[in-house]
Design a protein around this ligand. Sequence first.
Ligand SMILES: NC(=O)c1ccc[n+]([C@@H]2O[C@H](COP(=O)([O-])OP(=O)(O)OC[C@H]3O[C@@H](n4cnc5c(N)ncnc54)[C@H](O)[C@@H]3O)[C@@H](O)[C@H]2O)c1
Length: 114
Amino acid sequence: MDICTIGTGYVGLVTGTCFAEMGHNVWCVDIDEEKIKKLCNGVIPIYEPGLEEMVKRNKEEGRLRFTTSLSEAMENSLFLFIAVGTPPKEDGSADLTHVIGVAREIGKILIIIK
Ligand SMILES: NC(=O)c1ccc[n+]([C@@H]2O[C@H](COP(=O)([O-])OP(=O)(O)OC[C@H]3O[C@@H](n4cnc5c(N)ncnc54)[C@H](O)[C@@H]3O)[C@@H](O)[C@H]2O)c1
């Protein structure tokens, strides 16, 4: 299956890598160009036991890709998982600004792809 995770933080990177480990083709997207550049070069920005080896193996075997281009990832994906940050607001509720921003981008790209 072709899958895209949007946001390559703790949740998106680990989820995407585990999907790839299960045999799926995964595109990991982030707006942070530096982070994507590092991931493309095999530098993992977070520590999780076994993650580095898993990223390396799946990248080398062609199941795991990193990009800043949401449209490129969407053109090659059937399922999209939004895993961007939801920092707490002053009242303790989750700030969904980034999630809604990504949803809007997805909507725009869907119209173009169609
Ligand atoms: N980290 C945890 O242990 C954990 C546990 C349960 C739930 N969650 C939830 O999962 C979600 C993600 O958390 P996280 O810890 O992975 O966040 P994170 O801050 O580690 O990573 C978020 C990533 O999203 C990227 N991003 C922001 N806007 C973007 C955009 N428009 N397009 C593409 N990428 C974008 C950021 O550059 C960053 O790399 C949050 O809702 C969080 O509450 C996290």
